[in-house]
Ligand binder design. Sequence first.
Ligand code: HEC
Length: 158
Amino acid sequence: MKRRIIKFIKAYFACWLRNTQHSGLRTQHLLLSTCYLALLLAGCAAAPGSGDVANGKRIFNGEVVAQTQRGALPSCKQCHGIAVGASVSRGPNLVDIGKTAGTRVAGMSAEAYLRASIIDPDAYLVRSYQEGIMPKGYREALNDAQVEDLVAYMLTLR
Ligand code: HEC
């Protein structure tokens, strides 16, 4: 298998060298490589926001229960309102968190801030809120994909 790959790479470069003698083909090759690289980069860039918004909403609303070994955690919506003037008061209103998340911590992206807010709630405290109110168990209760789903959902709140 390994030998085959090496053979393929050798053949590829031999072909490339040959093609460089014909500038038309070289341009074509360059274009193709650039497209490939652009696609690859786009794929990587899309990864952080790759969560499933609908599933994130279900977790937020408690339709999917965040379960730890010591029992179920409250749903996000029990503490967080997502409407203007919502009466839920234990946690900050998340009505426009999709807009503000990226401005909370200098140099931190919205996605990274939201992820941290879920798995390590006391890392960055929202002004005028105390630590220890938001449960720390979501790190245990949710898998990585579910955290990404929540992040994707919260990014739509704006
Ligand atoms: C028992 C109440 C409670 C629950 C349940 C809760 N939170 Fe929180 N949350 C808080 C409090 C209080 C804060 C503010 C203090 C802090 O930053 O930790 C907060 C902060 C946040 C922030 C930062 C908000 C901002 O304006 O910067 C986000 C995002 C967040 N929570 C998301 C969630 C998500 C998602 C869930 C469900 C998985 C959840 N919370 C469950 C109480 C709660």
